[in-house]
Design a protein around this ligand. Structure first.
Ligand code: AP5
Ligand code: MG
Length: 214
């Protein structure tokens, strides 16, 4: 099962992708998490990506596409995966379609987690992220058991550098301009399913399970 998560920054793509990965036994691949891991490790890729991410801009396709293609070529991806934050531009989607097409494969589901912009800023300011395992929490909607510590892996939680309100506004602009057209793209490909992302996390997940099958 090959899945793409679509939706604005803060719509809950990461939250739902993790649940999907756990339930269906496929890897959760987040380009944002890969970039953040590289920034933390101080790699050259991380340094390049950070300059764009801190401005709320997209990392250039030349960097992102190759990185993602390498990742989905790894052995754990044979049975499928859930992509979170990729594709984010039409050229990224076209590269993915082409690479899969060459092997007679395709994206089975593009799940659009639909949340209006008004709800986004509020969600982002309360978010806490684990840079070790990629888990995401919220101070009100998804609190941790022990403050500042990841329930899943025990690492220290952080506020993401790009969650400042002015950067979030820029990310939303970039989303509308460059990423939202993918809803149409996957609609035409017959893979699009939209879920109401303003529901509780459990209800959003149930809507997704209804689509993917139990
Ligand atoms: P990325 O890490 O992908 O960030 P994003 O798309 O902006 O999305 P977020 O991770 O901020 O939000 P999310 O939808 O995962 O929501 P979450 O589940 O955390 O990308 C970061 C940057 O990297 C980009 O800006 C770009 O620079 C670069 N980049 C990455 N991929 C790229 C690509 N392909 N090409 C180019 N550049 C790329 O939820 C948000 C909060 O809300 C959490 O606190 C959560 O607990 C809470 N929440 C979730 N669901 C609910 C709910 N139903 N009710 C209440 N609260 C909820
Ligand atoms: Mg995310």
């Amino acid at each position: 099962m090959k899945i793409v998560m679509l939706g604005a920054p803060g719509a809950g793509k990461g939250t739902q992708a993790k649940k999907i990965a756990d339930k269906y036994g496929i890897p959760h691949i987040s380009t944002g998490d890969i970039f953040r891991a590289n920034i933390k490790a101080g790699t050259e890729l991380g340094m390049k990506a950070k300059a764009f991410m801190d401005q709320g801009q997209l990392v250039p396709d030349e960097i992102t596409i190759g990185m993602l293609m390498d990742r989905i070529g790894e052995p754990d991806c044979e049975k499928g995966y859930v992509l979170d934050g990729f594709p984010r531009t039409i050229p990224q989607a076209e590269s993915l379609t082409e690479a899969l097409g060459a092997r007679g494969e395709k994206i089975d589901y593009a799940i659009n987690v639909d949340v209006p912009d008004e709800n986004i800023i509020n969600r982002m300011s309360g978010r806490r992220a684990c840079l070790s395992c990629g888990s995401t929490y919220h101070i009100v909607y998804a609190p941790v058991r022990k403050e500042g510590i990841c329930d899943r892996c025990g690492a220290q939680l952080v506020l993401r550098d790009d969650d400042k309100p002015e950067t979030v506004k820029k990310r939303l602009e970039v989303y509308h301009d460059q990423t939202k057209p993918l809803i149409d793209y996957y609609g035409k490909a017959g893979a699009l399913c939209t879920v109401d992302g303003t529901q509780s996390m459990e209800d959003v997940f149930q809507s997704i399970v209804n689509i993917l099958g139990a």
